[in-house]
Write a protein that binds this ligand. Structure first.
Ligand SMILES: C=C(O[C@H]1C=CC=C(C(=O)O)[C@@H]1O)C(=O)O
Length: 326
């Protein structure tokens, strides 16, 4: 794909969660095409009706089922998701939602990607806190997040939760699965892979996460690997899938309400030189007419508590619920 891009052009790409699902790519010229969303007014007041799928009680039961698979030895980690369908009247303007996300920055990587050529068609929207991969020349950077705790409005309690996360054996194990998978995937194509021994705490609007900044260099002979190649190599990491990958994907297909499609995939851009940046498509939704389908998942490992995973996914969903406004 990068071979067909001209100087100054980029491909904006949304990769689906499922292998074999539909990927979307748009050729853009950032200088000429950048629409000025700063001038777009905030979302007009709408009435929103939110329907969870499955219900919180049913989600907790599915977490328990996943813990059963882990106890049986079939799985070590699986990221189990749930949806909320938000129907708005009048329908949301995707540009207004993106403008609000850019203004508030609940996650570093804000995106709005049309999923069809039709301007009135579905749009992928979100503000992801998680860098899947960036390539700048021969420097490759990843910043996986996994292991989370919802934030508190009380400052001292919030700090206590962040500190507790950094000491939580369950969350450190949940995080290590992702770092190990990324390190193993990069090994055949990279040299000088630098992985700090301990994660740091990364905070968003609604959660604290464990995060590890990984840095590497493309190995001689693999400099043709673009950011898109690297995203395809790494996806799905156990931040959205699990360990072992195939067993986790089977459990996700069995326990979630339907295919994730573009949610929990990868979204980003690549240029003619192969440089680019892809975020994990989380804290995201697909807006299709009046309906915004939001997705949130939580990593389940031995020791996970179903009620805590309901709260965690609720906090993840709140990022986009807040962005659509009252
Ligand atoms: C799958 C999601 O989050 C991932 C990223 C950060 C923390 C996660 C966790 O602690 O479970 C997830 O792995 C999501 O937001 O839908």
């Amino acid at each position: 794909m990068t071979a067909s891009l001209g100087a100054g052009e980029r491909a904006v790409v949304a990769l689906p969660f499922e292998h074999g699902g539909t990927a979307v790519a748009h050729r853009v010229r950032p200088e000429a095409d950048s629409a000025d969303v700063a001038d777009v007014p905030p979302p007009a007041p709408s009435a929103h009706a939110a329907t969870p799928e499955p219900s919180e009680a049913a989600y907790a039961a599915r977490v328990t089922a996943a813990l059963g698979l882990i106890a049986a030895g079939d799985l070590r980690k699986v990221v189990l998701g749930r949806w909320v369908d938000v129907v708005s009247d009048p329908p949301l303007d995707p540009r207004a939602v993106v403008a609000r996300l850019l203004d508030r920055r609940p996650g570093r990587y804000v995106f709005g990607v049309p999923l069809t050529a039709d301007a009135a068609g579905p749009v992928l929207l979100g503000a992801s806190p998680e860098l899947l991969v960036r390539r700048t020349g021969d420097v490759v950077t990843c910043f996986p997040l996994a292991g989370s705790v919802p934030r508190s409005a009380d400052e001292r309690e919030d700090a206590r939760r962040a500190a507790g996360l950094g000491r939580s054996a369950k969350d450190l194990a949940e995080h290590a699965f992702v770092v190990d998978a990324i390190t193993a995937a990069l090994a055949p194509v990279c040299v000088e892979v630098d992985v700090p021994a301990r994660p740091v705490v990364v905070s968003t609007d609604t959660l604290h996460h464990l995060g590890t900044p990984v840095r590497a260099r493309l190995a001689p002979g693999t400099t043709g690997w673009s950011a898109l190649h690297l995203a395809l190599l790494l996806h799905p990491t156990p931040a959205v899938g699990g360990v072992p990958t195939t067993a986790a994907l089977d459990a996700i297909a069995a326990l979630e309400p339907g295919p994730r499609g573009p949610l929990a995939g990868a979204v980003g851009w690549v240029d003619a030189a192969g440089d680019g940046e892809f975020a994990v498509t989380i804290r995201a939704g697909v807006l299709d007419g009046p309906t915004l389908r939001l997705f949130a998942g939580a990593g389940i490992v031995a020791g996970s508590d179903p009620a805590a995973e309901v709260r965690e996914t609720g906090a993840k969903l709140a990022t986009m619920m807040t962005a659509v406004g009252p």
